[in-house]
Write a protein that binds this ligand. Sequence first.
Ligand code: B12
Length: 253
Amino acid sequence: MAELADIENEFIRDEIEEFLERPDEIARTIETFANTAPEMQTIAAALIDGDNDAVDELTKEALGSGTEALEIMDDGLISGMGVVGIKFRENFIFVPEVLACARAMKAGMAYIEPILSASGVDPIGTVIMGTVKGDLHDIGKNLCIMMLRGAGFVVHDLGVDTSDDEFIEAVEEHDAKVLGMSALLTTTMPNMGKTIEAFIDEDLREDVKIMVGGAPVTQEFADDMGADGYGKDALACVELAKKFAEEEDEEEF
Ligand code: B12
């Protein structure tokens, strides 16, 4: 098991000591950072610090020195955001600080996006993605979209605060066989179920596979509301979409 001293970055070590209280979160966070490259720890530290310019510069440098985009996304950006989430939950930081961290995340993603979205393969299907009604969180959804595009999907991004009607119209307009919904708030999660109901009411439920995700969403919740799949991260999102696209191909023959 990793120890705090195994983390090279002093800022990260201090953050863990000062702000993390739950033993399981401390252990998990130490394990995460102890196993990441020092350059990724520096990116995570800059993100936790809400330093947009530093994340911009460091991401560019890391890519320039040959680090994989996926490594920067997982070990630098997403790991950093994990600490931000805990500090936010425990009221050590508030919305303005989290917004600064989100901006820093986007500064890094701006370099990563063209790489992860660049797909050399023929389009393998169309996916509609959106964050549900009442919910303005879009970082995770955007990561999923990048990875889906990189895997060869055409993705129509409906943005945040998406109504049932907007989901339905987009699926019909683009004849999409896969729909992905994201929710980050326990209060907006039920809106996923409401959207699924709306597809049933319009007699369109059989036409589209629906996948759901977002930090508070679980497999159990997805099953209860009648989704076709749940993905815990962007990789799982791509795997689900691929599975649905393959099933669709099989049905056509
Ligand atoms: C950044 C952030 C914000 C930013 C959002 C900026 C933006 N452009 O997105 C701002 C500051 C605006 C914000 C606002 C609020 N937030 Co906020 N926010 C966060 C924070 C810290 C990080 C979220 C994030 O980006 N994570 C990183 C991404 C990469 O992870 P992710 O979203 O989970 O996505 C991954 C997977 O879930 C999955 N995935 C995501 N979507 C999908 C979809 C599909 C189909 C699939 C398969 C997979 C998938 O793949 C992604 C990549 O791996 C979380 C803390 C947390 N632990 O989640 C709180 C958090 C979600 N926020 C919270 C709250 C309370 C709020 C506010 C209500 C605060 C307030 N008082 O105003 C508002 C709500 C605004 C609104 N109406 O939506 C709470 C929610 C608590 C709850 N139980 O519901 C959290 C959990 C913080 C906390 N612990 O208290 N927030």
